[in-house]
Design a protein around this ligand. Structure first.
Ligand code: ATP
Ligand SMILES: Nc1ccn([C@@H]2O[C@H](COP(=O)(O)O)[C@@H](O)[C@H]2O)c(=O)n1
Length: 217
């Protein structure tokens, strides 16, 4: 499918709300480059956890210059420990600056074969792609998100209890919504999608309908 013009989709969401699931489905359907920006913070968090004595802004700067999409596919980045560390290092303004260029390149200059880009994260709708053609804030209630993340971690054979996942989701929400630098928020021009009582397919159809309507207008 070829679109008349290139489009940019920006999605923000709290942890485990289903943003990544929807971003992937939408990107596949409309042939967009997809970037899960949380994975970049997770990659940096993993460096902090595994190479604490080498961790520095200059090391991260070098890593960001060589960063590829493939680096973000590492399964180690999916753990709860890495997610928690990501919410700590992402409060660092310098780290956010170092991560900026890769996100901008993906959003504004995706490879020619794509009809545009779709990024999800915490500050995408107002910081990374403020002029996005489509903005969504995807959420779900806390227990639903914790249960979904718990099942996902169990499928990956991680040793973790539901209560630990719930606690960690609550802590991450608190940190992501309240931090001074680039906090998670729903902008006034973002469309709210609450996935609590919706299947993945019905969320996808809802978002697709919104995009189709505007593209046809
Ligand atoms: N509508 C849904 N119904 C049931 N399960 C869902 C739904 N959407 C997503 N999930 C499941 O919930 C889990 C979290 O979804 P996903 O990874 O898309 O969330 P996310 O918002 O991208 O999370 P994060 O930002 O923390 O990476 C996954 O296991 C996914 O399969
Ligand atoms: N644009 C973003 C994306 C993510 N973060 C931080 O990283 C943590 C992990 O993100 P996931 O999407 O993989 O859950 C998240 O809790 C945020 O603290 C961010 O700051 N900005």
């Amino acid at each position: 499918m070829k679109l008349k013009k290139k489009i940019k989709i920006a999605i923000d969401s709290p942890a485990a709300a289903g943003a990544g699931t929807q971003a992937k489905l939408i990107s596949k359907h409309f042939n967009l480059l997809y970037l899960d920006t949380g994975k970049i913070y997770r990659l940096i968090a993993n460096i902090k956890l595994t190479q604490a004595n080498r961790y520095s802004h200059s090391l991260i700067k070098k890593k960001m210059l060589k960063l590829t999409m493939k680096d973000l596919q590492n399964k180690k980045l999916l753990s709860d420990e890495v997610g928690t560390m990501a919410s700590i290092i992402s409060k660092d303004k310098k780290i956010r600056k170092l991560v900026h260029a890769f996100q901008i390149k993906s959003a504004y200059h995706p490879p020619k074969k794509y009809n545009g880009s779709c990024l999800d994260g915490r500050d995408i709708t107002y910081k990374i792609i403020p002029n996005a053609d489509f903005k969504f804030f995807i959420t779900a209630n806390t227990k639903t998100r914790a249960l979904r993340r718990y099942k996902e971690l169990k499928d990956l054979n991680k040793k973790i209890s539901f209560n630990e996942v719930l606690k960690s989701i609550k802590n991450r929400d608190k940190s992501d919504y309240n931090r001074k630098v680039s906090p998670l928020m729903r902008t006034r021009d973002s469309i709210l999608i609450n996935t609590t009582n919706l299947t993945k397919r019905s969320c996808f159809l809802k978002i697709k309908q919104i995009i189709d309507r505007k593209l046809k207008a």
